[in-house]
Design a protein around this ligand. Structure first.
Ligand code: DX5
Ligand code: ZN
Length: 218
């Protein structure tokens, strides 16, 4: 599967927003990763739908929206309207209940948006096998959700390997995305384990945006 880089705009320098979005548009990134946090599901607050609308106007890139919120059911359609191309939700927002997750995934498909699911590092992946068939993407969190700039958790690569194996076995085509602590060293481990979609926040924005993104494609 083609490798896609999804810079996380959580780490963008908001005093240089226009300039940095322009650099992202010129770069080899195909997606923008948009971390939505509600101060309830995670102890941090980020952006709402109006900010996504602004990004949508300023960039032609695919908007990869990661909802770290307690009520995705209510808010996801609002983010879809604001320009999301992919909605990724946490299974924990649905009490780890696979039926509730599947019903939500169906709702997203009815809204003609792609849908992914994700889980906290402490949540095991195996109980969610039933979601794989309906998923356009599975996101493996390699840090605890909430903040950029944390260290990569190697033990989460087991989930990546499991997802890769299941994709082969079941002949499915969901993307396998990884999020948290990606840099010039960790991205290789992630790709070797089977990831095809890399989120990178602080690593991209603390360095030269265009060449750092290019480096993650090598
Ligand atoms: C963490 C977010 C990540 C974050 C990654 O809750 O989901 O997308 O921006 O940041 P880095 O790449 O700095 O670890
Ligand atoms: Zn994220």
């Amino acid at each position: 599967m083609e490798r896609i880089i999804a810079p996380s705009v959580l780490s963008l320098d908001y005093s240089k927003m226009t300039e940095q979005i322009e650099q992202l548009n010129q770069s080899k990134a195909k997606w923008l990763h948009f971390d939505v946090m509600d101060g309830h599901f995670v102890p941090n607050i980020t952006f709402g739908p109006d900010i996504l609308k602004g990004f949508r106007k300023a960039s032609p890139l695919f908007m990869d929206v990661h909802l770290m919120i307690s009520d995705p059911e209510y808010y996801a359609p609002i983010f879809v309207k604001a320009g999301a191309d992919m909605i990724t939700f946490h299974v924990e927002s649905f009490d780890n209940d696979t039926d509730k997750c599947l019903a939500f995934m169906q709702k997203m498909q009815d809204l003609h948006v792609q849908v992914g699911f994700t889980l906290r590092p402490a949540t095991p992946i195996e109980p969610f096998e039933a979601l794989l068939e309906q998923a356009d993407m599975v996101l493996v969190m390699s840090v605890n959700p909430g903040f950029g700039g944390q260290s990569f958790m190697d033990d989460q690569l087991d989930k990546v390997r499991w997802l890769y194996k299941k994709r082969e076995e079941k002949q499915l085509n969901y993307r396998i995305e990884i999020d948290g602590g990606i840099n010039h060293e960790t991205y290789k481990k992630a790709c070797d384990a089977g990831c095809d979609t890399l989120v990178a926040g602080s690593y991209v924005f603390k360095n030269d945006i265009v060449s750092t993104i290019e480096g993650l494609l090598k």
